[in-house]
Design a protein around this ligand. Sequence first.
Ligand SMILES: [Zn+2]
Ligand SMILES: [Zn+2]
Length: 117
Amino acid sequence: MGTKLRAQCKACGFRSEDLYTGFGFQGAGDHYMWPAICPKCQSFGLKDQRHPPQTCRRCRSVMVFYGSQDFSQKYYPDQTKAEPVGEDASSNILIGRHVCPSCGKVELTFEDVGYWS
Ligand SMILES: [Zn+2]
Ligand SMILES: [Zn+2]
């Protein structure tokens, strides 16, 4: 059960598939799936936030969760190149703009499209 989100980027037109965030499909309640991005290869997808670190399937880097307060710190290894992201202001990913996995600009927005169970 959880919230169904969709992400889209105004800059490049990226649209995610429906993201079934929340407790995992296994029903054990021990998973909490949440959107994350790989700081190295920009792979994007749901990862289990209850069990960090989660590694990227492609390059094995540690994925960074959207909405986490240290997003910027973890996503930008070089802090002088860090851009202001929604996470700096709010842990609610529906607020603000986020890093786009497709073009890398801080233009990604998340939309709540309902509950799933
Ligand atoms: Zn990666
Ligand atoms: Zn984009």
